[in-house]
Design a protein around this ligand. Structure first.
Ligand code: GDP
Ligand code: ZN
Length: 453
């Protein structure tokens, strides 16, 4: 069924700024009328039409290529017109204003993709993958987003949903024949299929976790007293990678953020002001920010000097660390004591200690491997599909529902409860592809897209 947005929507689809070409995209049932006004004719579907773009009173606004995609064979499933003009802000604004004067309205962020989703041109996970592909900062992230966009993730999810439905129908059939129910449930077929589904769910979840890591990355805060070598470590880590995406420096007393990639996994590093008894107010604020930065961290690196006893100020830091954030200790400046780079586990605390030299860039790969390991990041050659936190949540919900169902079967031979759990797992998975979803969720997903997408 064609889902008609009553409005015709329009946006500049290319990035702001100047470029050789800029594109204005229009979708909706006024597209044909708009094309006839602005081009003087309706272009042949899916053929490039070259000519002037007319404004009011036949004034020429620009000349370029127009493409017309009649519904339903377009990105949105509606009539779509793309005007490829010269990529200057003034020209594109003229074209957009003309399209609006002819009855279109400005599109909201992600509205073209949303329309495509409503018309079954792509499912929700694929629509999200478009945004992820555009936002990807590493080749690995782009590859996985592309895999999701091509439907690899959705196919896995849909297969699982189908299997859950089949199994539930089988169980429900058993319930309908009470005298045979026990035989039905205990003949091993249901248990075997449950096992198979669980195994598959675990596999998909593992792959999705890798994808989510490629998207979200890991956030690490470096703490330590002044001159421990925090800034040197940040520089050493970022200097090894050419792809520095952000570099927002505050004052030396404020937090410095860098984003680097370790084998494609984004690593957000925060270098903090040295923590010690502050001598003045500005420094005090810097130190408080260092502690606040911990709130969103996946891990803290506490820098200590190699070959020296724990200083009173170091102890102050260690004592104040919130218990829920994992800690890795870094023993820096091993060159001064001629210690080899090394990873060890402190017996008393169970904490990992990494011996390195930030300044001389010795032992850094021990640290990066350790960070990949604690996040469970495994670089895979064939690539994983891109996933988001909401996908992981849904997969986990489905997993726990199936596990509960398995118990209902094993402990109580409770067919009805099992069927209910299978239904819950099915609903949770269907949220990923959007077969089962709320307007609220759709709103949240699509408004995070860029305009014109
Ligand atoms: P921060 O205050 O913790 O950010 O420390 P810095 O990174 O600014 O470093 C403080 C001083 O220690 C600087 O003079 C660095 O050159 C020096 N330093 C940092 N790492 C090492 C190291 O591995 N070996 C040696 N010998 N000096 C280092
Ligand atoms: Zn510093």
């Amino acid at each position: 069924m064609q889902f008609d947005n009553i409005d015709t929507i329009a946006a500049i689809a290319t990035a702001p700024g100047r470029g050789g070409v800029g594109i204005v995209r229009v979708s909706g049932n006024k597209v044909q009328a708009i094309a006839e006004e602005m081009l003087g004719l309706l272009p042949k579907p899916r053929y490039a039409h070259y000519g002037p773009f007319y404004g009011e009173d036949h004034r020429i606004l620009d000349q370029g290529i127009a493409l017309f995609f009649p519904n339903p064979h377009s990105f949105t499933g509606e009539d779509v017109l793309e005007l490829q003009a010269h990529g200057g802000p003034v020209v594109l604004q003229w074209l957009l204003e003309r399209v609006v004067a002819l009855g279109a309205r400005l599109a909201e962020p992600g509205e073209f993709s949303k329309q495509g989703f409503m018309n079954d041109k792509l499912d929700l996970a694929q629509a999200e993958a478009i945004a992820d592909l555009i936002e990807a900062n590493s080749a690995q992230a782009a590859k996985s987003a592309l895999k999701s966009l091509q439907g690899d993730f959705s196919r896995e999810v849909n297969t699982l949903v189908e299997e859950l439905i089949q199994l539930r129908l089988y169980v429900e059939a058993a319930i309908d024949f009470p005298e045979e129910e026990i035989d039905f449930l205990s003949d091993g077929k249901v248990a075997g299929q449950l096992q198979h589904i669980l195994q598959r769910l675990h596999q998909v979840l593992a792959s999705a976790k890798q994808g989510a890591l490629l998207r979200e990355g890991m956030s690490v805060v470096i703490l330590g007293r002044p001159n421990a070598g925090k800034s040197s470590l940040l520089n050493a880590l970022s200097g090894r990678e050419s792809a520095i995406v952000t570099d927002i420096a505050g004052t030396t007393r404020d937090i410095v953020r860098e984003e680097i990639h370790i084998d494609g996994m984004p690593l957000h590093i925060l270098d903090t002001a040295g923590v010690r008894e502050a001598t003045d107010q500005v420094e005090q604020i810097g130190i408080e920010r260092a502690w606040q930065a911990l709130d969103n961290a996946d891990r803290v690196l506490v820098m200590l000097q190699a070959g020296e006893a724990i200083h009173a100020e170091d102890q102050l830091i260690l004592d104040r660390l919130p218990t829920h954030i994992p800690v890795t200790l870094v023993r820096n400046k091993i060159d001064l004591i001629e210690h080899a780079p090394q990873v060890e586990v402190e017996e008393a605390s169970g904490r990992t200690v990494i011996w390195l030299s930030a300044k001389h860039r010795i032992g850094l790969e021990l640290l990066t491997s350790h960070l990949k390991e604690v996040m469970g990041y495994a670089q895979s050659e064939e690539g994983v599909f891109m996933a988001r936190k909401r996908h992981l949540d849904a997969l986990n919900q489905a997993l726990s529902a199936v596990q509960t169902g398995q118990q209902q079967l094993e402990l109580f031979a409770a067919g009805e409860l099992l069927a209910e759990d299978l239904r819950m797992a099915q609903d949770a998975l269907s949220e990923i592809t959007g077969r089962f979803t709320s307007d609220d969720l759709l709103g949240r997903i699509f408004t995070s897209f860029c305009i014109g997408k």
